[in-house]
Design a protein around this ligand. Sequence first.
Ligand SMILES: [Zn+2]
Length: 84
Amino acid sequence: MSKGSKQRPTAQSFYDNWDDIFGEDDEDLSGFEWECLKCEKGLDEDDLYIVEEINHEPMGDRIVERIERMAHCNNCGQEAEYAG
Ligand SMILES: [Zn+2]
């Protein structure tokens, strides 16, 4: 078999999803910058936990599910602000 055709990894990482949601095309994952307004400090991904919220939105004459992921501060639970 030829080794010419590269396959993209099928396991989509959390960060790929994140890019889809926020429309960022940042290949440098270390560029993630979040901040907690309550703790008044910057957060990296280790300081975050993710809450998934399912929204039901009308689309035409149907209702579609849209999953929204939100980052929260690990320290206080406050929703994190995207600062990057
Ligand atoms: Zn906090």
